[in-house]
Design a protein around this ligand. Structure first.
Ligand code: CU
Length: 285
């Protein structure tokens, strides 16, 4: 089966680095082969029909049509296979992703706050408690609007563009957006979800390989959409602790956010400006 699996790689999928990803890869791999077979089958049928019912042989239309039941059986088989794929595999797998969250005490919790055109990451810091966020505190140096008066926010860690997580521990993300609909997509982790203004959307994955992976926005969210990328670094537990320590030191004085990224040259367009409730002072001025 492993050489058959090369079709995913051939079609450009990055290698899987998450614990559940192989299940998704199997479905995608099967679909690719199935669609390939359908493509060849229907193409052959189309060519057969063009030749078999050519005008020279049938100058007058035949009003009785085809009498054989083969095409009905074939079409029914295709529908059956697709129904099995959907009901037997895709929906149960999806249900597992959205219903069976790991216990939060074992997991790394991260708030991902998306905006045109970057992802901000908010970690609770050593106290394990997320500080309050409020739109009225948002500024270029505080892109997620962390409340500086909330004691729980003092040790919080905020980063822009790059997130570190330890290997082999579940990561639970709470996804939100400050402006338009984005999509937090981790191709190597085989997970992604839309970030919808006004909603907090949970998702989770367990990275199983250390390395640096791409984070991309998978919803066309404005002129700078193409540049809305980030990095997920999966560290060994030691490296992760070192990173946390470094971020905590940087955070030092409470207002922990590093400078927001410079406004994109393509710039947020006035017509793309967010509607309420996310319409805070613009992150990029
Ligand atoms: Cu986006």
């Amino acid at each position: 089966m492993s050489s058959l699996a090369l079709i995913n790689e051939f079609l450009g999928m990055p290698p899987n680095a998450s614990s559940h990803g192989y299940q998704i890869d199997h479905i995608i791999e099967f679909c690719h082969w199935f669609m390939g077979a359908l493509f060849l089958g229907w193409s052959a049928f189309f060519i057969f029909v063009l030749i078999r019912f050519r005008k020279r042989r049938h100058p007058v239309a035949d009003h009785h049509g085809v009498k054989s039941g083969i095409s009905t059986h074939l079409e029914f088989s295709v529908v059956l296979i697709e129904a099995v794929l959907l009901v037997g595999f895709a929906i149960p797998l999806w249900a597992k992703r959205v219903n069976e969250f790991p216990p939060t005490k074992d997991a790394i919790l991260v708030n991902v706050v998306s905006q045109q055109f970057s992802f901000n990451y908010h970690l609770p810091g050593p106290d394990g408690q997320f500080g309050r966020r409020d739109i009225s505190f948002e500024s270029n140096s505080n892109p997620i609007g962390l409340d500086p008066n909330d004691p729980a926010s003092k040790d919080d860690i905020v980063t822009v563009g790059e997130l570190h997580v330890p290997v082999n521990r579940p990561v639970i993300v709470e996804l939100s957006s400050k402006d338009v609909i984005h999509d937090f997509f981790l191709p190597s982790m085989r997970i992604g979800a839309d970030a919808v203004p006004g909603s907090r959307i949970p998702l989770w994955f367990t990275p199983v390989k250390t390395g640096t992976y791409e984070v991309i926005c998978a919803q066309l969210c404005g002129l700078g959409h193409y540049s809305m990328k980030g990095t997920l670094v999966v560290d060994t537990p030691e490296d992760y602790q070192a990173w946390l320590k470094e971020r905590a030191e940087l955070a030092g004085g409470g207002q922990s956010a590093p400078p927001a990224p410079a406004p994109h040259p393509g710039g947020p367009q006035p017509e793309n400006k967010p509607p309420a409730p996310a319409a805070s002072p613009s992150p990029s001025g």
